[in-house]
Write a protein that binds this ligand. Structure first.
Ligand code: CTP
Ligand code: CA
Length: 230
């Protein structure tokens, strides 16, 4: 691994991580969702807590077999983007490092019915509403001593859309993540990325396990922390 094994370089740091995908329900059995499994966020939470961080992981539905049996961090489970927003907001102020790796919905059905709709009553022109951009909201509230990190899962060109999101959401760092490669993206155990900092500095990370990528990201964050102190 790239990091020093057993290093406690995040000792006592409060680290807030989001992961998995949100679900926007139309009724109790139907939702708009995405293929995120939460593996990247689980790797980030494990890496950060193994390095001494006080970690909270806010996550959308994750398959039970992927969840750690006795995690050394706090897990808060949510379903919708609105719920994720509420939990992220309640933990944001006390957090020093915030990593938004969740695949959050962009839209939700305009109406929710609390009983299962018979299929003949399902709308053929589903009315949608936009969802709060949680990361952009955190970016606008961020204090100078907080480090805010986003993910940009992209097909095709990954750099330009990631740069745009980095600026627009006032991030310190973005993980540009190709999802159209066989060994990276949704559901895989490996991943690859380019880390991009607000000052333009870039670091490409070749395909590796999600845990290794998580440690690489923490190494990169550490450099950022040191730079700020000087
Ligand atoms: N994000 C968020 N809230 C949303 C949508 C996205 O916090 N409602 C965050 C994601 O967790 C990720 C970053 O914003 O860290 C980028 O998400 P992405 O879907 O790539 O960007 P969008 O701004 O939603 O743009 P688009 O879907 O058009 O690419
Ligand atoms: Ca999106």
């Amino acid at each position: 691994l790239a990091h020093t094994q057993g290093q406690q370089d995040f000792n006592g740091k409060r680290i807030l991580i989001s992961g998995g995908g949100t679900r926007e329900h139309l009724d109790p059995v139907r939702f708009l969702g995405n293929p995120s499994t939460g593996k990247m966020a689980l790797a980030l939470a494990q890496a950060a807590s193994d390095r001494g961080g006080i970690v909270t992981l806010v996550h959308g539905p994750i398959a039970p077999e992927l969840l750690p049996i006795s995690p050394n961090y706090q897990l808060i489970s949510v379903v919708s983007a609105d719920q994720m927003e509420a939990v992220m907001m309640s933990h944001f102020v006390e957090s020093e490092i915030i990593i938004m790796s969740a695949a959050v919905a962009d839209v939700k059905p305009a109406y929710y019915t609390n009983h299962k709709l018979p299929k003949k009553e399902l709308p053929t022109d589903l009315k949608l509403e936009s969802v709060t951009d949680i990361l952009a909201k955190l970016g606008s509230l961020k204090k100078a001593d907080q480090i805010l990190i986003g993910f940009a899962a992209q097909t095709g060109d990954i750099i330009n859309p990631a740069l745009d999101k980095l600026k627009r959401k006032k991030l310190d760092l973005i993980v540009a993540n190709p999802i159209d490669k066989p060994d990276s993206g949704f559901g895989t155990d490996t991943n690859q990325a380019i880390f991009i900092k607000a000052d333009g500095q870039q670091q490409p990370i070749k395909s590796c396990s999600k845990l290794e990528l998580a440690h690489q990201l923490l190494d990169f964050v550490n450099l950022e922390k040191l730079r700020r102190r000087n």
